[in-house]
Design a protein around this ligand. Sequence first.
Ligand SMILES: *[C@@H]1O[C@H](CO)[C@@H](O)[C@H](O)[C@H]1NC(C)=O
Ligand SMILES: *[C@@H]1O[C@H](CO)[C@@H](O)[C@H](O)[C@H]1NC(C)=O
Ligand SMILES: *[C@@H]1O[C@H](CO)[C@@H](O)[C@H](O)[C@H]1NC(C)=O
Length: 237
Amino acid sequence: MRMLLLCILCYMYVVEVATSTNCPEYVFRRIPLNVSITHNLFTADKGLTVKECGQKCIGTTSCASFSYLQGHVSQCYLFTRRVRLGLDQTVQPGPVTYWLLQETCPSDYTYNATNNICYKAYFDSTDLMSWAEAMNRCEEDGGYLYMANTTEKFNLIKSLNVPSRVEAYMGCTRHRGVKVTWKCLDGSDFVGEWYPGEPSSTIEDCVAIIYGNLIGALDVNCLGLRRFICEIPVRFP
Ligand SMILES: *[C@@H]1O[C@H](CO)[C@@H](O)[C@H](O)[C@H]1NC(C)=O
Ligand SMILES: *[C@@H]1O[C@H](CO)[C@@H](O)[C@H](O)[C@H]1NC(C)=O
Ligand SMILES: *[C@@H]1O[C@H](CO)[C@@H](O)[C@H](O)[C@H]1NC(C)=O
């Protein structure tokens, strides 16, 4: 499994900065911003090239982004957080270039920046599986079944272009307590719109999304063969 994971992470290094060809896991995206950032700064170096600065960030576990000041003596600043436009900007506008460090998704996964996740919809007719089998497949990819635990994340899968009547599992299930609740794999609450009339059963414990004129969540039998959606967590918030 570990080997497989390593290989999944070996994809194109689409970088303007670091062009190493080894096992690339990161993409740097340049953010043209004419201000400097003071929050979450944890180290500053003088005299590096922008490429060396990027590589330093890659080699530093807690580095999520960096900025680079090109000048008489260049400055390389590493940050523990991603640069957020409009949030972290303060003081001293100047010739500073910002770079965002972003993990790449495996090539068949899609990155969604709003939700900061890599996801993949297994929607082929050959992708039919039970909930447990689907979960295994997602785990082989290095992730888990998609957790619709925010409105935004539910909207993301809702917006996928899918033929009518397709049903796909996500990583949320019924929890029987004093009161029945619907929770996702990490214990967070399922947040999504139920299809009209759903949940409709007291014995169907898994959550699927159904596509059509109306799109919504269904409670379904976990053994039924369905399509599914996986997600892979990314390291930086
Ligand atoms: C960036 O800020 C500097 C200093 O305020 C200014 O001289 C320069 O024109 C600005 N550059 C851009 C591209 O806005
Ligand atoms: C929802 O899922 C994400 C993973 O996509 C996870 O990081 C987060 O902690 C979960 N919970 C909430 C409340 O967002
Ligand atoms: C990312 O997800 C949001 C919903 O959370 C969606 O509105 C947006 O279009 C998605 N971005 C892309 C590039 O698909």
